[in-house]
Design a protein around this ligand. Structure first.
Ligand code: PLP
Length: 345
């Protein structure tokens, strides 16, 4: 398989917005380059937001979209924050169903693979004036993926950035704004040079509270066994309200664990790993699914989480998430929506 997000399916879905006409009817088209004015607002001033959601093969061979309305709602929140006209939920759902249906044969009947859908909204008119654009484009593309970390549930080492932060109060950290991502590449490269796979972001005010990873939320497991606490930082406007994060809080309660939304400081993380109070840490996201964190580096300090391997609570939650996504375990109402085959003709 090619690298994550590098080999796309045959089609894309488009719509264009103008003040007079609103969003135009969706069009299913061949996946192809798009014409673009050199002075396009989105390119110069970054008026661009996106989403990422998946369709999974169900046990009966059909395709099911995971929590599409939640992704529609988050795209609308992101759009409003960036002064982009939001796409109404019915139109978002129609688009993702249309593309998933058209390209469902691209997804092999192989466990672990899924169809990743990438909705994008951007300012498309030619203007260098510093004001919201007058026209916008919606683009939906897709690719087949086995997960962000190609080697699945292998534990990853992570690196806490001492220099940079990802988001600040009042900023855009809680929406999927394109500009949140490129500034993280520098720290990601520093993490790689330190032998780690991902950056852990601390809060920008005190540089103490663990917020999330580059494209994933973070969870800590306190204690062990059935009553273990499954802890994730609360949504305070600076971290992305992950759809997977939300699903895992629900599934943790279902599995008999104690879900908690509580801040964890980086020094507490280190001390509690040494004391064995924090027994596991994992990352969560549409792309990352549930990925164990085995080791942490922060400045000169380095510590192991639990045994350094994938812990039992992490694996139980990962298994439960994949089971509901693929229809092997009943999920709360509306979490998995069947993709109907395209009408013939
Ligand atoms: C910064 C960031 N945090 C967390 C997540 C996880 O969110 P979700 O579970 O909705 O994919 C993502 C991915 O969308 C992300 O980009």
């Amino acid at each position: 398989m090619t690298e994550f997000g590098e080999s796309f399916t045959a089609h894309m879905v488009t719509s264009h917005w103008t003040a007079e006409g609103g969003w135009s009817p969706l069009r299913l088209e061949p996946h192809a380059p798009i014409p673009m004015p050199p002075t396009m607002v989105g390119l110069h001033y970054g008026q661009v937001v996106f989403e990422g959601l998946k369709a999974h093969r169900q046990i009966d061979g059909s395709l099911g979209l995971f929590r599409a309305p939640e992704h529609a709602a988050r795209l609308s929140d992101s759009a409003r924050r960036l002064s982009i006209p939001p796409l109404a939920e019915p139109m978002f759902l129609e688009a993702v169903h249309l593309l998933a249906a058209a390209d469902q044969d691209a997804l092999p009947h192989e466990p672990g693979l899924s169809l990743y859908l990438r909705p994008l909204l951007f300012a498309s008119d030619p203007s260098l004036a510093l004001r919201p654009a007058r026209t916008y484009t919606f683009l939906l593309t897709a690719f087949v993926t086995g997960g962000f970390f190609a080697d699945g549930p292998e534990p990853v080492p992570v690196w806490v950035s001492p220099h940079h932060t990802r988001a600040a109060p009042g900023g855009t950290g809680d929406v999927k704004f394109a500009g949140n991502y490129a500034p993280t590449y520098l720290a990601q490269e520093q993490a790689r040079q330190a032998g780690c796979r991902q950056v852990v972001w601390l809060d920008s005010s005190e540089r103490r509270w663990v917020e999330e990873l580059g494209g994933m939320n973070i969870f800590f497991v306190r204690g062990t066994g059935p009553g273990a606490q499954v802890v994730t930082p609360p949504l305070g406007g600076t971290l992305l309200p992950g759809v997977t994060r939300d699903a895992l809080l629900t599934l943790a309660a279902r599995l008999g664990y104690q879900p908690r939304e509580e801040r964890v400081a980086v020094d507490e993380w280190q001390e509690e790993c040494a004391a064995g109070t924090i027994s596991e840490t994992f990352a969560s996201g549409t792309a990352a699914v549930v990925t164990p964190v085995g080791r942490v580096r922060y400045g000169d300090a380095e510590w192991k989480v639990g045994s350094g391997g994938a812990g039992p609570v992490t694996l139980a939650l990962r298994e439960a998430l994949i089971a509901v996504q693929t229809g092997r375990m009943p999920s709360p109402e509306g979490w998995v929506r069947p993709v109907a085959p395209l009408p013939v003709g």
